[in-house]
Write a protein that binds this ligand. Structure first.
Ligand code: RIB
Ligand code: CA
Length: 319
């Protein structure tokens, strides 16, 4: 079965890995990319999304520009030291020429869901601002989408952008709290599993060896991002393909362990951006922060090796 997906993305090297994997995989029909600020400012992330559809040979796939800042808080700012000044590891890139879709990302998401009721899966892999805006503008959106699988959050693992917060949550915790509080089929693929997944040196070499425009860009972009991981995480070899792990969840959910619990996102203080799962006794406490919140499927672990192998396979197939 082919699944229609919209990837909401802030490219970003691991975003590039995810988007090119989605285009390469016959199980996915990528019906749109929506951009959001995050790893880099919105002008840069949007141009990268435009580049992706061109390099993938899919210029007809719409790219809709989205939010340039969080809903409420000041942004924590871009991370060029992780993804490079251009979000693509400072690789040489072409000027994109595809036109943008004439809709804001939030409106694009809704219009696509309206046009294909029950068929669209949303894959947000950046700050959740566009998705929260879409929900506020169109409260009927949850009834129109098939599924939502986000990369972000940390239920039991520590944060990566702060001791408490995962980057996508920390950029816009209010938006994340809205999205994770909505009653729709949503899965959080966060650091609890993505921290364990690495593309190792052999896998990176295999991906980079393919003579195609997407793989050649990845081959040029990944070393900068890899250096961040290897220089900063003791003993880590390779790089972390966070965003692509969310796509593997859609392809092979049996590779993941999950629990279902309500979540809240911490909005302020030094724990800002932390996603907190509730245990049953939390729900019975008077004034519980989780009262009335629906269960979220939370990935708590999985077969990290099989996940990295699936990403590599999708990016090297047909070679
Ligand atoms: O925490 C990992 C997430 O933050 C990924 O989406 C990565 O692209 C960065 O935005
Ligand atoms: Ca991302």
């Amino acid at each position: 079965m082919t699944r229609k997906i919209i990837i909401d993305t802030d490219p970003g090297v691991d975003d590039a890995i995810a988007v090119f994997m989605a285009f390469a995989c016959s199980s996915f029909d990528v019906v749109g990319l929506t951009s959001v600020y995050g790893n880099l400012p919105i002008d840069i992330t949007t141009d990268n999304a435009r580049r992706f559809v061109e390099l993938a040979g899919r210029p007809e796939v719409p790219v809709a520009r989205g939010a340039d800042r969080p809903l409420v808080v000041d942004d924590i700012g871009p991370v060029p030291f992780i993804h490079g000044d251009n979000g693509l590891g400072n690789a040489a890139v072409h000027d994109p020429s595809v036109e943008l879709a004439p809709l804001h990302a939030a409106e694009f998401i809704y219009q696509m869901a309206l046009a294909h009721p029950g068929e669209i899966t949303l894959v947000p892999v950046g700050p959740l601002t566009n998705i929260a805006l879409a929900l506020r503008l169109h409260p009927d959106l949850p009834g129109l989408v098939d599924e939502v699988v986000i990369m972000g959050g940390n239920a039991y693992a520590p944060g990566n952008a702060s001791p408490g917060g995962e980057a996508n949550m920390l950029h816009d915790p209010e938006a994340a709290d809205i999205v994770l509080g909505e009653d729709w089929p949503i899965t959080m693929v966060g650091l609890d599993i993505t921290n364990d997944v690495a593309l190792d040196h052999a896998q990176l070499a295999a991906i980079s060896a393919i003579d195609s425009p997407p793989n050649q860009l990845l081959g040029a972009a990944m070393p900068f991002y890899q250096a961040f991981y290897e220089d900063n995480l003791e003993g880590f070899e390779g790089l972390s393909p966070h965003d692509a792990v969310a796509l593997v969840y859609l392809l092979e959910p049996e590779l993941f362990t999950t629990v279902r619990k309500p979540l809240r996102v911490e909005l302020t203080g030094f724990g800002k951006g932390k996603t907190w799962p509730a245990d049953p006794y939390h729900l019975t406490q008077p004034g519980s922060p989780w009262a009335g919140r629906p269960d979220v499927t939370i990935c708590t672990g999985g077969d990290a090796q099989a996940i990295s192998e699936r990403i590599t396979r999708e990016l090297t197939q047909g070679s």
